[in-house]
Write a protein that binds this ligand. Structure first.
Ligand code: FAD
Ligand code: 2HG
Ligand code: ZN
Length: 507
């Protein structure tokens, strides 16, 4: 165990460009004046004294200027809370002691992982105490034979990936934020990412977890068996619960054999019909080795190349696709990909493209896709929509919103996990513009609702999407979700203001 933790793995915290950091971030309470602070206790010296008595000095941060600002602002720099305290427990027991006390004292808590969430869920809205998992970053065990890996929730995804590679294993999930996001945050958001097509979502890959409930009780669901039908599978409740039902402290993951052969191709296409045909034939011809199928439109590529000074091997296509295969036999995999490409090129579906010859090239191609969010953030304020839509309608929403918005925004672009029907529609303007926002919303949600899509495919609801849950969930489902929340957290101390719309007195 300890051998794993002693490994020095150089994890790159994925960088934030200086221009973004300079951007002033309005307080959430000011930007959203209708939000009302819940009837929670205000932090007192007595409370602080208690936390200082159970944690060491470096686990209790109170310096607003030097320590707290990064925990109060989200990655997008779009919401800002005013917490005066960050607690950094190291063990499940410390988390339990904190929550037990907060529950009795009526202190609101905002659990925080790597703070890469995109829906305003990971930072306080008002003065909630931030409970950061960042010091709980140990890889507890890795079993090469079964692939079962147990890890503390605060472990950064990229560190875990590096450790797993040493045992010839691979994670079942991967995402552009892997240099900063934590496995606990991934579980709490049920993060999707670029491998979901191959391995499915975390409801399948998480074998077990430990969560601390609002009252401080430790719920041990750290199952490591592949099969376990002994009653309700309670761990599933915490996957995607966005810190509102409990704090995840440990996770048991089903990992996969590391593929020995990976191929990455980047292609230009002249129409969305051709995109769909490429998806159809890729699924059919590549079968089990297809590991990613991503779409990038012209505007997204233009943004990522311009803002981050990246170079694309091909240009001037309305659509680009990034295909990846991952398998165990290089010759066999290459044969499959080549015969697919032969068909697609001969029938004119793919016009131009390139195949990475080594891992450095593959990384560069992936950069053109994975760094789009970062590039968009350089343009100013980003209106982000992460929707599931029927695959034939995948791009229609981007076309429709462009017509609707005219030249109000800087850019409307669409990209995403085509193979999973998950579109990332992004719109940018120099700064936050409520008039533009009112042109976009609720239009986008109505559009998605009519298609019976999902208004949040993978990022969750957090603060920003909480009022739109009803577009994708029935009133009965929402009613029972509220009942579950009440059962687990009767005092509503865990991530208040998130996921659920404000309840009217008649609800
Ligand atoms: P945070 O952002 O800190 O928190 C997210 C939510 O989880 C919050 O509600 C928080 O309260 C809660 N939480 C965090 N840790 C815990 C815990 N231990 N217990 C209980 N609750 C907790 N998302 C995708 O799904 N797919 C992608 O491809 C993807 N790509 C991204 C690329 C970039 C560049 C960025 C910036 C973000 C991306 N995201 C993506 C969004 C984000 O990275 C994921 O949602 C990620 O899972 C969040 O993990 P985190 O550790 O940063 O959690
Ligand atoms: C991705 O797939 C992430 O790159 C982020 O989910 C999407 O920023 C976005 O809209
Ligand atoms: Zn995504």
């Amino acid at each position: 165990m300890s051998a794993i933790n002693k490994l020095s793995v150089g994890i790159r915290k994925f960088h934030t460009t200086a221009s973004r950091l300079r951007k002033y971030v309005e307080l959430t309470a000011v930007r959203y004046p209708l939000l009302k602070r819940g009837n929670f206790s205000f932090l007192s010296d007595r409370h602080l004294g208690f936390f200082q008595s159970i944690l060491s000095a470096h686990q209790v941060l109170t310096d607003e200027l030097n320590d707290l600002s990064g925990y109060n602002v989200d990655w997008m720099r779009s919401v800002r809370g005013s917490s005066r305290l960050v607690l950094r427990p190291k063990t499940t027991e410390e988390v339990a002691a904190i929550l037990q006390y907060c529950n009795v004292q009526n202190i609101a808590i905002c659990p925080q992982g790597g703070n890469t969430g995109l829906v305003g869920g990971s930072v306080p809205v008002f003065d909630e105490v931030v409970l950061s998992l960042e010091l709980m970053d140990e890889v507890i065990s890795v079993d090469e034979l079964s692939g079962v890996t147990i890890v503390q929730a605060g472990c950064v995804l990229e560190k875990l990936e590096t450790v797993l590679h040493l045992s010839n294993l691979a994670l079942p999930l991967d995402l552009g934020a892997k240099g900063s996001c934590q496995i606990g945050g991934n579980v709490a958001t049920n993060a999707g990412g670029i491998r979901l097509l191959r391995y499915g979502n975390l409801h399948g890959s998480v074998l077990g977890l430990t969560a601390v409930l609002a009252n401080g009780q430790i719920m041990d669901c750290l199952n490591t068996n592949k099969k376990d039908n002994t009653g309700y599978d309670l761990k599933q409740l915490f996957i995607g619960s966005e810190g509102t039902l409990g704090v995840v402290t440990q996770v048991a993951l089903q990992c996969q054999p590391k593929p020995s052969s990976v191929q990455v191709g980047f292609f230009g296409l002249n129409s969305f019909e051709n995109v769909l045909e490429t998806l159809r034939l890729s699924k059919r011809n590549l079968g089990e080795i297809l590991s990613s199928c991503e779409l990038i439109d012209q505007s997204s590529l233009e943004c990522v190349t311009k803002q981050l000074e990246l170079r694309s091997p091909i240009n001037n296509f309305p659509f680009y696709m990034l295909l990846e295969t991952a398998g165990s036999n290089a010759g066999h995999d290459a044969e499959k990909l080549n015969s697919l490409l032969e068909i697609l090129i001969n029938n004119g579906t793919i016009v131009d493209g390139t195949l990475a010859v080594d891992s450095a090239q593959a990384k560069n191609l992936w950069g053109l896709r994975e760094r789009i969010s970062e590039a968009l953030a350089c343009e100013g304020y980003v209106y982000k929509y992460d929707v599931s839509v029927p695959i034939r309608q995948f791009y229609q929403l981007v076309d429709d919103i462009r017509i609707r918005l005219g030249n109000l925004p800087i850019r409307c672009c669409g990209y995403g996990h085509l193979g999973d029907g998950n579109l990332h529609l992004n719109i940018t303007s120099h700064e936050y513009n409520p008039i533009l926002l009112n042109r976009i919303e609720p239009f986008v949600y109505d559009w998605v609702g009519q298609e019976r899509g999902s208004v949040s495919a993978e990022h969750g609801l957090g603060l920003k999407k909480r009022d739109y849950m009803e577009y994708s969930k029935s009133p009965t489902a929402i009613h029972w979700m509220r009942r579950v929340k009440k059962l687990f957290d009767p005092n509503n101390i865990l991530n208040p203001y998130k996921i659920f719309p404000e309840q009217s007195s008649t609800d």
